[in-house]
Design a protein around this ligand. Structure first.
Ligand SMILES: C[S@@+](CC[C@H](N)C(=O)[O-])C[C@H]1O[C@@H](n2cnc3c(N)ncnc32)[C@H](O)[C@@H]1O
Length: 174
């Protein structure tokens, strides 16, 4: 259940997707998609001419995401079983990427950030979401340091230190 309070607002799928101001035709990566909580709203936002790649390390999570997205009637989604950081993503493919309460579960977060940076098209945006209730919570300082090391520039911040959405941009010449 998602409660509408100051801590959970920034982790609501609708809120996260809204921050990205998606338009039809964009290609979006849902990295660590889990059971597909964001995958459906992302797929609807980019429309039939757009595409969502839903990636997760756990096949069982992707099976749940498939069931959820099929029930929602979305056909513009590709499912990928892979570990972020292991260099399976195509380069310069995505306009947007979301990484929602995933980073702290990844043993090599710097490698994951570098792969996300390369997977985004120049000018592309990565949204990272962290919430203190998640046992793998990552501080804003730690996330920003990882993103900067990969080459990202911070573009927007929503929420507060204990529950936030932060946008990082891959520079146009990146
Ligand atoms: C807390 S869940 C969040 C799921 C979804 N993003 C959401 O907000 O509902 C974290 C997800 O990250 C996935 N994950 C953990 N490490 C990963 C990795 N290295 N590569 C891809 N997915 C990973 C887990 O399998 C799990 O589904």
């Amino acid at each position: 259940m998602e409660l509408d309070n100051p801590f959970t607002k920034t982790n609501r799928a609708a809120f996260i997707v809204e921050t990205l101001a998606l338009s039809p035709g964009l290609t979006v990566l849902d990295a660590g998609c889990g059971p597909g909580r964001l995958t459906v709203p992302l797929a609807r936002s980019v429309g039939p001419d757009g595409r969502v790649v839903a990636l997760d390390i756990q096949p069982g999570m992707l099976a749940r995401a498939r069931t959820k997205t099929a029930a929602a009637g979305c056909s513009n989604i590709e499912f990928v079983v892979a570990a972020l950081g292991k260099r399976t993503l195509p380069v310069r493919r995505f306009d947007r990427a979301v990484l929602v309460t995933v980073l702290g579960e990844i043993p090599e977060p710097a490698a994951a950030m570098a792969e996300l940076f390369d997977a985004l098209a120049p000018g592309g945006i990565l949204a990272v979401v962290e919430v203190v209730f998640d046992p793998h919570f990552q501080s804003r300082r730690a996330v920003t340091a990882l993103a900067a090391a990969a080459g990202f520039r911070e573009r927007a911040f929503f929420g507060h230190g204990l529950a936030y959405v932060v946008h990082f941009e891959k520079p146009a010449d990146g």
